[in-house]
Design a protein around this ligand. Structure first.
Ligand code: PBG
Length: 370
């Protein structure tokens, strides 16, 4: 009877599930919805819709634009640019250059910049005392960037690790990371950043209860419009390696203080996904406006589950190690850099992410034609 006969014999009408024909763009189909039954080959040849660029563009489900990107940037206290060895193409920028970069972001249509500090090791201490310094390099960079390009949103990282000799995100008491004393310091740091003009506070420390504390403090201090993007599901990852080089992070487990050699008592176990949903749920309940999953590409399943579960703005961080891997392979001629960059960023969108924090933001925006 051949395939056509087979197709006919299979074509008894079946009731169709009640659902819109196409799920909205960038919105994952909720679990439990059955897909439309497929015609068998050759009635259905899926390659028909791939035969030319125009039809591929017409049926494309996910579109990446510069508006999906947050530019991840490192500022240092000195003058000029200092290249980061493990992140070719990324330099620590002076405050002045950050302001120029903000103007460039505006020109490229990149909505926001996330700024991270490199602090001179000699000025750090075990308590991270400089974290809330209103004269520090972060508040100076924020002011300069908002003056130069007020239309560009600025995110500040709320965490102590750039300022501590031991490189931990929290204060150490008896050899352990102390949750509640750390929150007090984070709140002081966040209020200082809001005062300096930061639009979004992004706590990356993974202490319990910091979102509620920060939200309450912002409200009391009249900063009701300052947003919080919580690093809600942040994993204890090997992919942060180059970042620690970029910000000159203290070496974990070293120095005069008895301190843990890893961040596993506060950052999540990479094996967990149910716990990620609990972390995100609690941060949203405490007042986070947006949440983040970090690292990015190896954790797209978490992004998808968070989006499907909470339907809240969900960002992913394509972290330093992900950047370095693409750069290193491209430098060896092992892959096409621009294509790999766009493909990886599109994958975040396909997984349902609202946007991506990435060191590739200006390059991607240019490749996209901005
Ligand atoms: C620490 C922080 C880290 C990153 C952002 N904030 C590193 C860490 O948790 O050890 C990583 C960013 C990257 O790898 O690009 N608060």
């Amino acid at each position: 009877m051949g395939v056509w006969g087979l197709a006919a014999s299979l074509s008894t009408p079946r009731p169709r599930p009640a659902r819109p024909l196409h799920p909205p763009r960038n919105c994952a189909m909720p679990l439990g919805m059955s897909p439309t039954p497929l015609a068998p080959y050759p009635a259905l040849r899926l390659r028909r819709l791939r035969q030319a660029d125009w039809i591929r563009r017409l049926v494309r489900e996910t579109v990446l634009t510069p508006a999906d990107l947050i530019w991840s940037m490192v500022v240092h206290e000195g003058e000029g640019e200092v290249p980061v060895a493990s992140m070719p193409g990324v330099s620590r920028l002076s405050v002045k250059d950050c302001a120029r970069a903000a103007v460039e972001a505006r020109r490229l249509g990149i909505p926001a910049i996330a700024i991270f500090p490199h602090i001179d090791g000699a000025r750090k201490d075990a308590e991270g005392s400089l974290a809330a310094d209103p004269g520090g390099v972060i508040p100076r960079a924020v002011k300069a960037m908002k003056d130069a390009a007020p239309e560009v949103g600025i995110l500040c990282d709320v965490a102590l690790d750039p300022f501590t000799t031991h490189g931990h995100d929290g204060l150490i008491r008896s050899g352990r990371i102390a949750n509640d004393p750390t929150i007090e310091r984070l709140v002081a740091q966040g209020l200082m950043q809001a005062q300096a003009g930061a639009d979004i506070l992004a706590p990356s420390d993974m202490m319990d209860g910091r979102i509620g504390a920060l939200r309450g403090a912002l409200e009391s201090a009249g900063h009701q419009d300052v947003m919080i993007m919580s690093y809600a599901a942040k994993f204890a990852s090997a992919f942060y390696g180059p970042y620690r080089d970029a910000i000159g992070s203290g070496k974990l487990g070293s120095g005069p203080d008895d301190n843990p050699a890893d961040k596993k008592t506060y950052q999540m176990d990479p094996a967990n996904t149910e716990e990620a949903l609990r972390e995100v749920g609690q941060d949203l309940a405490e007042g986070a406006d947006m949440v983040m999953v970090k690292p990015g590409l190896p954790y797209l399943d978490i992004v998808r589950r968070v989006v499907e579960t909470y339907r809240a703005p969900t960002f992913a961080f394509q972290v330093s190690g992900e950047y370095a891997m693409i750069k290193a392979a491209a430098a060896n001629g092992w892959l096409d850099e621009d294509r790999a960059v766009l493909e990886s960023l599109t994958a975040f969108k396909r997984a349902g992410a609202t946007g991506v924090i990435t060191y590739f933001a200006p390059q991607a925006a240019r490749v996209l034609g901005a």
